[in-house]
Design a protein around this ligand. Structure first.
Ligand code: MG
Length: 365
């Protein structure tokens, strides 16, 4: 099975409700889809969204990195030679993590098809059903409480509450949601770099003192402020999770060894794909640190790949935040991963099992 051509498409999915964090507001999912065709007629799919403020990747940079830099050194290569292919991808260009992720996802999809097994089985196997949280966007308190109650009604048992706007108002938001939830779901907070270290300690200590129990607080301070993360982690009881502070395996090692975070959030678009995501899970496992697997606001192609990793590395990846397919008005992707509100189930289809992508606009590159 040799790589014959690499083509691109764009996939747009409108959201049910705008996705609002301390960093940005997004109304639709818009992904670059990478289509890797082989001489055996098998096709592998990968995808990546633009997240300029998080990874620095844009649609243009993703397409350019793959078409101009990676394609020339990948075409003609054998899918069975996975490790060498992955080395080629990772060493072809510095950074450009989302481009690397998109092409790796497609290559692993083909690797699964080559051996006629779902990706999670090739990564070591596991229980094929996992459950995800759902994101509650930052908004007026009444709207957040309404969204929270809807999520509980839909069967979600873990809620990820977006905060990080104004510390005093955030405390009111969280207290109102906590009271409305009334112990029917677990609450995790994601401040998306919105607070300073001192604000974070103050907010979390106020909440802890008032009896609000949170599962964790995610990336309260700026991603590049590792000292700030450590300052927070040392001063609050609630576990601190690194998201924008954690990219590849080296950053994960640093965060764990300096105790700057208690939990690592793995996202394929930050790690540069599946190979490094697996490495981070294995590193965390060595240190007895748990991980979350998350995703960007992205199509269910990349989210399907993340689900396979979550299943295969479930002993370390104990938290799953793969709710974007549930946030879209519809899911144009038919794959071997079935997203049904909080439940994610992987079938026996080989690779990622992608059989259909509706509304894909092919690009002439
Ligand atoms: Mg986050």
């Amino acid at each position: 099975m040799k790589i014959q051509s690499i083509r691109f498409g764009m996939l747009n999915v409108p959201l049910k409700t705008p996705f609002k964090t301390a960093m940005r507001t997004v109304k639709e999912i818009e992904d670059v889809v990478v289509i890797v065709e082989t001489d055996t007629g098998h096709t592998g799919y990968g995808s990546a969204p633009a997240t300029a403020v998080i990874t620095g990747d844009t649609h243009g940079s993703i397409i350019e990195a793959i078409s101009k830099v990676m394609s020339p050194v990948l075409i003609g290569r054998d899918i069975a030679d996975l490790n060498n292919l992955i080395n080629t991808v990772q060493n072809s260009i510095v950074r450009n993590f989302s481009a690397k992720a998109a092409i790796e996802i497609a290559i692993y999809d083909l690797f699964g098809q080559l051996y006629n097994a779902p990706l999670y089985q090739l990564l070591g196997g596991g229980d094929n059903v996992i459950s995800t949280d759902i994101t509650i966007s930052v908004d007026y308190i009444d709207k957040m409480v309404e969204d929270t109650l809807n999520a509980i009604e839909q069967g979600f048992e873990t809620l990820k509450i977006k905060v990080g706007k104004d510390p005093a108002l955030d405390i009111e938001r969280i207290k109102a949601i906590y009271a409305a939830v009334n112990e029917r779901a677990l609450i995790r907070l994601d401040a998306n770099q919105g607070w300073t270290p001192k604000q974070t300690v103050s907010v979390l200590q106020t909440l802890e003192d008032s009896g609000v129990q949170l599962e964790l607080v995610e990336q309260p301070v700026r991603g590049d402020d590792i000292e700030g993360m450590k300052y927070v982690t040392e001063r609050i009881h609630t576990p601190v999770m690194a998201d924008e502070s954690s990219f590849g395996p080296k950053e994960a090692i640093e965060l764990i060894r300096t105790r700057a975070a208690d939990i690592i959030n793995i996202k394929l678009m930050k790690t540069g794909g599946i190979s490094n995501a697996v490495k981070i899970a294995d590193i965390a496992g060595i240190y007895g640190v748990n991980c979350m697997i998350g995703c960007m606001l992205e199509s269910s192609i990349g989210v399907a790949a993340a689900a396979h990793i979550a299943v295969a590395k479930a002993s370390v990846i104990t938290k799953v935040d793969l709710d974007t397919p549930a946030l879209g008005k519809y899911d144009p992707v038919t794959s071997g991963v079935q997203f049904n509100n909080s439940e994610i189930k992987i079938t026996d289809l080989p690779g990622l099992g992608i059989s259909k992508i509706d509304n894909l606009t092919m690009l002439d590159i």
